[in-house]
Design a protein around this ligand. Sequence first.
Ligand code: SAM
Length: 287
Amino acid sequence: MNLCDIKTVKQVMGMFHLTFRKEFGQNFLTDRSVVEDIADACCQDANSTILEIGPGMGTLTYELALRHKSVVALEIDRGLIPVLDYTLGEFDNVTVHNEDVMQADLEALLAPAFEDGPVSVCANLPYYITSPILMKLLECGLPFDYITVMIQKEVADRLCSPAGGKDYGAITAVLSYYGEAEKLFVVPADKFIPAPKVDSAVIRIRLYKERPYHPKDEALMFRTIKAAFAQRRKTLSNALSAGFSELTKDQINAVIADCGFEPTVRGERLDIAEFIQLSDKIGELLA
Ligand code: SAM
């Protein structure tokens, strides 16, 4: 069955009396070479298990199952479960769970997979919930090798921007604490059914096995980043003053000078190592 053929997609949806559900971000891929490129790029280790979020009709799942030891797929839409039984019936290395990834206990679900070898994530993510899913995958502490996701092109540019770049934001700094993100390729909107309003891009995050950053207080590091970006057009000094009302402006300025930054520096110039330097010094004042 060719799930990249639009006529076939419509036929299968009709067979199961389904329509595309906008509220679940259902834009299904219909370009064979894009699907193959994502499955090829997500991880080179055939001994890996792949966690797929949102298998839809199973188009990408099919290619992942051909290339990897096993696939664990989480699909929120109950109506798609019988479709996936039908489209993936030939595989005994695919397990589909009817679950919302945001509610799922990933540690419990993936425990057997981690015991059995490396695990990576691959998904064409629903746009409406891209950042929360990515943050859950990063913060859950599971030792994924790679997280490869197709997301809105603008979000991809943000996540892969260098410090100081025009797209650099709080989420970029936070992501760089966990791993290195790289933009692989752009996928035009007409490669999906139904076509979304914007283009997409595939990014791959290589998670650090040994994190190179060691903040004294992780929560304070995240608070510092959030404060620095909360008031984007303000100087770091003004942004931190607003975010740390328990400190005086003079104390904030002294910390900034102590780190060797210009008094007029803006938060978006700082990379993750510099944010950690800053938050460690703020921590000394708060102690
Ligand atoms: N992987 C398929 C493809 O590439 O054609 C479908 C991708 S579509 C952009 C996103 C998929 O994620 C849909 O199947 C949707 O039902 C599913 N989804 C949306 N929200 C979800 C959630 N919170 N948990 C799990 N799956 C979700």
